[in-house]
Design a protein around this ligand. Sequence first.
Ligand code: CMC
Length: 433
Amino acid sequence: MSSNERSFTLTDNSSGESWELPVMHGTLGPDVIDVRKLYAQTGCFTYDPGFTSTGSCESKITFIDGDNGVLLYRGYPIEQLAEKSDFMEVCYLLLYGELPTADQKAKFEHDITYHTMIHEQMNTFLRGFRRDAHPMAVMCGMVGALSAFYHDSTDIADPKHRMVSSYRMIAKMPTIAALAYKYNLGQPYVYPKNKLRYAENFLHMMFSNPCEEYEIDPVLARAMDVILILHADHEQNASTSTVRLSGSSGANPFACISAGIASLWGPAHGGANEAVLNMLEEIGDKSNVGTFVEKAKDKDDSFRLMGFGHRVYKNFDPRSRVMRTQCHKVLDALGVHDEPLLEIALELEKIALEDEYFIEKKLYPNVDFYSGIIFKAMGIPTTMFTALFAVARTVGWIAQWNEMIEDPSQKIGRPRQLFTGAEQRDYVDVGQR
Ligand code: CMC
């Protein structure tokens, strides 16, 4: 971060008073106007619901150029990472800022692998949920509950504690997600296997059972690894901002990540991959696509095409390009060519991409549009989709949380408001109302 001569002058037209607002520059992306002293100087707050023009923090982790469809983790383009790297390496990169050497990578992978089991008593805790609980409800509860099981890593002032809890969450998240799934199915839980790599292990815990060995298809394992890479971090989105805001009060990391999971659950965010599949099922047939596209364009209809549009990407979502390729690889590997939902999805993609409304509003298929189709083809139930997103995003949340704790300018997040309610008035006794 640097500042140079550029500044803005803010003038109060009623009094004629002026203030200089300094400008800060990052390495990439728009400059920001520093308004930290604005209230002290002018007595006014800024107003920006949805934070469409607000930078909430300084960060060195992830950069997005939404107009040009660029996504960089620590400077590396997502396309290169998806093609050449693997999820463990990306986790290391996000956490430590650099790609690991071969030795660092091997040690990191070993350390994560040896934290994948969860405290056995957590199984008892899990049984408190109804069988039909949504996996995201289970994830919120189980991850929050980690703070009750791992007291030895919740001192946020201690960098070693922070790293141990970070490793624990990256390692245990697939175990917890798979547990939630098995619990719902009524099948016995499958313990992690240390000889398997991260994505393979996840597939193993999801799909094997004590009666039958699950053969891991390398195409599916690679697709899962790529999906994890693509979802690993995404700058200051709703759930990441939730993690930062929760953490800014000094809350323990398990509680903060649980808050992030809750935020991710919503259909406007991570819940969109589940919503895409529900929408495709509602459309029902390729011939109905046009009607649904018209509904999405109708101002008087609240229906939106799930999996289309993005707050930041106004050209294309670079993740969805990679995901589209993976989608076709998975469908080929599984020999799925006549999946009706896929046909509907492709028809929808075609019509929406050619439609004036979607072109004008820059609404393109986002990452959730394709991930839902891949998960469906892999045999993952719809309600698990967002849980998978949470598994992948955990490393991003943790890297951002660590960065915030280490930032010397960090303060508790405390936005202000424009109050439009009743002015002060006197209490009226109940008999006189
Ligand atoms: N279908 C139809 N119209 C849409 C859609 C859509 N999916 N998305 C936006 N619009 C319209 C919207 O009605 C508005 O029209 P107007 O200007 O006439 O009022 C205009 O486009 C701008 O929309 P917005 O809601 O102001 O834009 P936003 O930046 O606040 O919202 C979004 C972004 C992702 C929440 C929104 O596009 C959406 O709801 N998409 C569907 C849900 C979805 O796929 N979410 C996943 C996002 S990617 C994964 C992630 O990062 O979590």
